[in-house]
Structures are given as C-alpha cells and as structure tokens.
Design a protein around this ligand. Structure first.
Ligand SMILES: O=C(O)C(=O)Cc1ccccc1
Length: 306
C-alpha cells in the first residue's frame, strides 16, 4: 500500500483528489505543497498529490516552481476535480459579524463575487490550505471569523456552514497530479499527456517561436504553456509545457530531442494518462509507423541504396 504525502491537513480538496486517485493509499498530510513534495523526494512517502492548476485562475505557481527548481520528480497521474466551496464559521457566528475570512489563495480568487456581495467589509486572508483555514477558525480565540473550505472540512473541524456553493462559477475544475521519485514511467495508453520545463539557451528574437516550431512540425498539440520568471532580472523567463502524447511516441520524442538540442535545459516532468481520456489528433506524417518508415528510408539512402 503506497504512502502518499499531500497538501493537508485533513479535509483539503487535495485529499479528495488523492482518495479518488489512490483509494487504498496511506495518507500523509503535509503543511504545504513544498513539504509534501519534500516527503516524496526524501523517501518519507512513496509519492505526493498536489494541485497544479484550475480552470479560472490558471497555474498554482508554487507547484510549478517546485517542479522546475526542486529535485526532479515524475508526474505519474492526473485528476480533474470540480470543487465546491462553503463559508464555514464557529457555531453562533452571524454572517454580518464576519470581518476576517481565511482560505487558500485559489479559493480567494474563485469566491471573489460572493465575498464582495455578502462580506463587503471583510478582509480575506491567504491560508496554507482550505482545511488549514477551517482548522484555525475552529480554535477558540482565532483571529479569523470564517473559513472558505469544503463542507467536509467544516464537519471535520466542528464548524457550521453559513453558505454553500459560494464559488463564482459552478463549473470550475482543479487539476491535481500524483508525483513519484524518478523510476518507471506509466505505459502509453493512447490518451496521454507529457509535461516539460524548458530553459532558453539565450535571449534572442524568435526564441519562443523556435521552441514552438519543434512541437508544430511534429504535429504535437500543446495543452498548456506557462512562462515563469527565472529570478535573474526582469524579462528573464523559463517555460512550462504540457502537450498531448507520451514520450514513447516518435513525434513526442523527436520534438523534445529537438528542444534539448536548442535549449539550455529541458527537464522532463513525466508522461501519464490524461484524466479526460481525450485521444490526440494525429496529423498526416506524424504517426509512429511514418517516423519508422522515414527512418528506414534514411538508413537505405545512407547505405547507398537509392
Ligand atoms: O486548500 C485546499 O484544499 C487545496 O487542496 C488547494 C485548493 C484550493 C482551492 C481549490 C482547489 C484546491
């Protein structure tokens, strides 16, 4: 039974994702994404589950930066989870008396309209996770009057639900990933995604276009591109790419080998089954047998067999 670290404490959306991804796993709640990934790296856990992006705000940048700068880990699975937020408070709290609300930054951005409309005078403060916020609010003497978290977190920490489904949209989805230490890759399934981090060799006109061309000429469809600051001054960025296909696919292998040749560093983050099961559209000339046939043809002409 694997032991998986996750963004805790008990009652986070990440815990819900972990339970769906690996119902049998032993769960190790951690205080933040960095601690969960550290547990996976140092062997305290066999892997970790962390949030990566949501369909409204985009990337969870702490996770992206950990993947880019920390000891390498491999993404082995992903899960798309619709999340539903509740406003939770200690029993007897009235909504009009709420002046300080505590929750995870992703929940702050997804519940803005509710907070502006129903809690116009309240400040909303960033917490390490939604369940950490609920736990804190449950303490007598907490400086916070309410938390925004999953209903189950309210039940777990003895809070009452003052409002349910308070997200600005009810179709928001969060993408979570399971990571492991380097080792074996998941087998190709025909509906896979690959993730990479790419550092440019130098800054020059067309550098981004050159990277994109490596994907484009092999018919590899991107599903996410994100630039993140390198920290070495304004205007210095590196890139995260997610795209369709598995590193075992010829077109994917060729595209990332091309990036490896022209970029300073390419960090492979994993090839894993897509949660939505969508199969890639394969452009003419980019299927595995076509790459193999072209390779055979090249070998023949190099051997003088024209
Ligand atoms: O704080 C949590 O519960 C998390 O798992 C992170 C998060 C926060 C808000 C939406 C989705 C995930």
């Amino acid at each position: 039974m694997p032991r998986l670290a996750y963004l805790g404490p008990e009652g986070t959306f990440t815990e819900e994702a972990l339970r769906l991804l690996e119902p049998e796993a032993e769960r190790l709640p951690c205080a933040n994404v960095g601690a969960a990934l550290a547990a996976a790296r140092d062997g305290e856990a066999d892997g970790a589950v962390v949030p990566l992006e949501n369909s409204i705000e985009g990337a969870i940048t702490t996770t992206l930066d950990e993947f880019a700068w920390g000891e390498p880990l491999l993404i082995t699975a992903e899960l798309l989870l619709p999340v539903r937020f509740s406003l939770l408070a200690r029993p007897d709290t009235e909504i009009v008396h709420i002046k300080r609300v505590y929750t995870h930054p992703a929940a702050i951005t997804q519940c803005r309209a509710f907070c502006a409309r129903e809690l116009p005078d309240a400040v909303v403060v960033a917490a390490p996770s939604t369940a950490a916020a609920a736990q804190e609010v449950s303490l007598p003497g907490s400086p916070y009057d309410a938390a925004i978290a999953a209903r189950i977190a309210g039940e777990h920490y003895g809070l009452v639900e003052l409002a349910d489904d308070i997200g600005d949209r009810n179709d928001t989805v969060t993408r979570f990933v399971r990571v492991s230490r380097a080792g074996t890759l998941p087998e190709p399934t025909g509906s896979d995604r690959t993730s990479l981090v790419v550092f440019l060799a130098d800054d020059h006109p067309g550098a981004l276009l050159e990277m994109l061309t490596e994907f484009s000429v092999r018919g590899v469809n991107l599903t996410r591109i994100e630039s993140r600051p390198t920290g070495n001054g304004i205007g210095r960025y590196f890139f995260h790419f997610d795209f369709e296909g598995h590193v075992a696919d010829a077109r994917v292998g060729e595209a990332i080998s091309g990036l490896h040749r022209i970029c300073d560093e390419v960090r492979f983050l994993g090839s894993y089954p897509r949660a939505d099961g969508v199969a890639p559209q394969i452009k003419k000339g980019t299927a595995d047998p076509e790459f193999a046939e072209a390779g055979d043809w090249l070998a023949r002409i190099r051997a003088g067999r024209v």
